[in-house]
Ligand binder design. Structure first.
Ligand code: ARG
Length: 236
């Protein structure tokens, strides 16, 4: 078995939470083992650039920052928004994707057309520890008994489908992917939801890896590869 956690091995270890299509998800024939997605493709390029084999550790989203700051994984590639709070614990690469939050509702829902409407006694699902959780809890300040926190977006989106929840607040690309798969609809509210930048996290002070990551990202941006990946995986 590979030496998991050994930064100096021939493996580059990526920590992620593979329940976030189109950035990372599991499939029977993925790019790396059973893993596929935009982030997996980017991480593969980074591994190539540092001359190592990519190894993926799938874990709860909530534990990712700790796992890279303690050196259990070399980098977190997880559609992770570079927030000020997280910047206290890890170093982030240059951003590689701009997202925002969206609201997922039933196709026939007419009373939720903005984030403000969620305050009207609506039951709202978020994923524990995602930026959407933070926004619903701290910015919108929804009543605690109206908020359901799940471990995976797919679970709460199912709850919108079966009528247990009125809405889910989640990242745009993932919200769109999950809504499409489940016959649900998306409500956007750019005024309430600021843009978020996804970036790759490394252990504080790991400039050697961070430089390689930024080099790979800038090459992939310049060649249009990232944009292409976003389009390609959007259609999957
Ligand atoms: N962008 C959001 C955040 O940083 C959600 C990321 C979820 N990523 C995942 N791989 N599950 O909080």
């Amino acid at each position: 078995a590979a030496l998991a956690g050994c930064g100096s091995s021939d493996k580059l270890i990526m920590g992620t939470n593979a329940a976030f299509p189109p950035f990372e998800y599991t499939t029977s024939q993925g790019l790396v083992g059973e893993f596929d997605g935009i982030d997996v493709a980017i991480a593969n390029k980074i591994a190539e650039n540092v001359g190592k084999e990519l190894q993926i550790e799938d874990m709860e989203f909530d534990g990712l920052v700790a796992s890279v700051s303690t050196g259990k994984v070399d980098m977190v590639v997880a559609g992770m928004t570079a927030t000020d709070e997280r910047k206290q614990s890890v170093d982030f690469s240059d951003p590689y994707y701009v997202a925002s939050q969206v609201i997922v509702v039933a196709p026939d829902n007419t009373d939720i057309t903005s984030a403000e409407d969620l305050k009207n006694d609506k039951t709202v699902g978020v994923v524990l520890g995602y930026t959407g959780d933070n926004i619903v809890t701290n910015d919108l300040q929804l009543a605690e008994d109206k908020v359901t926190r799940a471990n995976r977006g797919i679970d709460i989106v199912q709850d919108v489908k079966n009528g247990k929840l009125d809405a889910v607040v989640i990242d745009s690309a993932t919200g769109k992917a999950l809504a499409e798969k489940n016959g649900l609809k998306i409500v956007e509210d750019p005024q309430a939801f600021e843009t978020e930048e996804y970036a790759i996290a490394v252990k504080k002070g790991n400039t050697e890896l961070l430089d390689k990551i930024n080099e790979t990202l800038s090459e992939m941006k310049a060649s249009g590869e990232i944009e292409q990946l976003a389009m390609e995986y959007d259609e999957k």
